[in-house]
Design a protein around this ligand. Structure first.
Ligand SMILES: *[C@@H]1O[C@H](CO)[C@@H](O)[C@H](O)[C@H]1NC(C)=O
Ligand SMILES: *[C@@H]1O[C@H](CO)[C@@H](O)[C@H](O)[C@H]1NC(C)=O
Ligand SMILES: *[C@@H]1O[C@H](CO)[C@@H](O)[C@H](O)[C@H]1NC(C)=O
Ligand SMILES: *[C@@H]1O[C@H](CO)[C@@H](O)[C@H](O)[C@H]1NC(C)=O
Ligand SMILES: *[C@@H]1O[C@H](CO)[C@@H](O)[C@H](O)[C@H]1NC(C)=O
Ligand SMILES: *[C@@H]1O[C@H](CO)[C@@H](O)[C@H](O)[C@H]1NC(C)=O
Ligand SMILES: CC(=O)N[C@H]1CO[C@H](CO)[C@@H](O)[C@@H]1O
Length: 451
């Protein structure tokens, strides 16, 4: 029961010469909304199709009745169907120039003003921002920059500190490795040994052919460049598994069984095997992620997750504002060592988009660690989630609070209630509702309403 609507947003909120607009898509569900004492929960859309985020944010639907809330899901510009310049949006950096978090936050502010103007009863209600992942960063930043528009924010799995050197660049892959370590004996060791096995096997054409066959690859490996692509693709697979290591069968990035890493690790119990045997086991493990449905004809190295995510737009954002340093050392993690190399990253960005990253802009814009002057933001993080490494995991003030979910992967708390939810996520959700109710009470108690 949801309405799909559009609002005409300015392509450039911060220029005065350009009045061009684009249609921003948003979703509204109001069956539980009450004009008396109600609230409006506003999902700050991130890098993908808003319907897909809506379908994976059951928490908002689960709490709508209790908070007498209208639900709004706003699509982020340059994703889904909200494309400035339509099909030309990704053509070059001139068209992509308006893809920034600042423009996206301004879209949200303008959309909320529009909702207040056009929906009778909405003008005197508290809006609360919610989001997960980059959407969680946007929810937090929205409250910081537009405190007159939202009374608070729930920022789930929001790595607002995965920038510059605020956290060590290795923390992300260390958490991924920890997830595999805890999910089965010798599992991370098997993965750790697989890289050299790949390197040894692919020194000649016979090995390349054998490995392409053994991994059921759609496109056979031909050269060293393909081998690097293969290792990057396998690494990304382990990363994605760490993000979606949910306690029940799910379909976020891919259809997967409950606790998918445990299932993967059943194939990786013995690291002390011949190269070929080890890589045959790696294939079985990859197949858990890519072929749980049983539909895959071959494994496609161009695909790692759902097509609902906007990879082009995200690549541009990562090359401009959202510069997140990652690194591995092969000791604290199960990957081949790769130091963070800003120069190489920058060159790659210039080659692909004709832009150069500005790695310190996000901390200048949003404060980095220095955010204690803000209020009413909940930062929730799951210990299984690699993104928790760049998240706020300690309370900052009475109203900038951190909630930890020990058995939680990537924004598990935003997902719908499930019979297999661990107690810790139920507690987290209860606490989140408690804070939101407080913000709503404070809003209705404040004098600004009485005039
Ligand atoms: C290719 O490499 C493998 C493993 O190193 C080796 O056993 C095999 O003899 C090599 N084949 C050729 C044709 O060089
Ligand atoms: C690995 O296997 C070989 C022979 O199968 C054995 O000699 C060696 O001790 C094993 N190493 C470990 C660490 O289990
Ligand atoms: C995927 O699973 C199905 C059913 O088990 C199997 O027939 C198929 O070969 C698998 N695909 C790959 C790429 O291994
Ligand atoms: C692999 O995935 C890419 C990107 O989705 C697609 O264009 C391509 O056709 C796929 N290849 C095969 C063999 O399925
Ligand atoms: C945060 O505050 C510290 C100490 O005052 C300062 O060194 C740092 O530059 C500040 N960071 C930002 C992003 O403003
Ligand atoms: C932050 O404070 C709240 C309220 O006291 C508490 O429930 C929560 O556990 C604290 N979070 C952390 C990470 O200590
Ligand atoms: C080679 C290796 O890592 N072997 C380990 C496999 O798991 C058992 C049980 O946890 C360890 O005792 C081995 O050392």
């Amino acid at each position: 029961n949801i309405a799909i609507l559009q609002y005409k947003e300015k392509i450039d909120h911060f220029g005065f010469k350009n009045d061009k607009t684009f249609n921003q898509r948003y979703l509204i569900a109001d069956q539980h909304w009450r004009k008396e004492g109600g609230s409006i929960l506003f999902y700050t859309g991130n890098e993908g199709d808003i319907i897909w985020f809506c379908n994976n944010t059951g928490f908002m639907w689960d709490v709508a009745e209790e908070l007498k809330a209208m639900l709004v899901f706003a699509e982020h510009r340059y994703y889904g169907q909200s494309l400035p310049f339509g099909a030309d949006a990704f053509r070059d950096s001139r068209h992509l120039n308006f893809l920034t978090s600042e423009q996206a936050l301004a879209d949200f502010a303008e959309l909320i003003k529009h909702l207040k103007r056009t929906i009778p009863g909405a003008e005197n209600q508290p809006f609360i921002a919610l989001g997960g992942s980059y959407g969680g960063m946007l929810a937090a930043w929205f409250r910081m920059k537009y405190p007159h528009i939202v009374v608070g924010a729930l920022a789930a799995s929001a790595p607002i500190w995965q920038f510059e050197d605020i956290v060590p660049c290795g923390v992300f892959m260390k958490i991924v490795t920890k997830d595999f370590k805890r999910s089965g004996p010798n599992c991370s060791e098997s993965i750790q040994r697989s890289w050299d096995a790949i390197n040894r096997l692919t020194r000649n054409g016979t090995g390349l052919d054998w490995l392409s066959e053994a991994l059921h690859l759609c496109t056979p490996l031909k050269n060293a460049h393909d081998v690097q692509h293969l290792k990057d693709w396998i690494s990304e697979t382990w990363v994605n598994l760490a993000m979606v290591d949910y306690p029940y069968e799910s379909n976020f990035l891919q259809p997967l069984p409950a606790w998918p890493i445990k299932v993967v690790c059943q194939y990786l119990k013995n690291p002390n095997l011949s190269d070929k045997k080890l890589l045959q086991n790696i294939f079985q493990a990859l197949n858990v992620y890519y072929n749980y449905s049983g539909q895959a004809r071959c494994l496609n190295m161009s695909e790692t997750s759902t097509s609902s995510l906007g990879t082009l737009g995200w690549s541009y954002q990562a090359c401009t504002e959202i510069v997140m340093p990652f690194c591995t050392n092969g000791i604290d993690d199960m990957f081949e060592p790769h130091p963070w190399d800003l120069k190489a990253f920058s060159d790659e960005c210039f080659k692909q988009w004709g832009v150069k990253p500005r790695p310190s802009w996000i901390t200048s814009m949003y404060g980095g660690k220095n955010i204690s002057s803000h209020t009413n933001i909940i930062f929730s993080n799951g210990d299984l989630d690699p993104w928790s490494g760049g998240g706020v995991t300690k309370n900052i003030t009475n109203t900038l609070v951190a909630i930890i979910i020990p058995e939680g992967a990537h924004h598990l708390d935003l997902r719908a209630n499930n019979a297999f939810d661990p107690m810790t996520v139920l507690l987290a959700r209860t606490l989140e509702v408690k804070y939101m109710k407080q913000w709503i009470r404070d809003f209705y108690a404040s004098p600004r309403k009485k005039h």
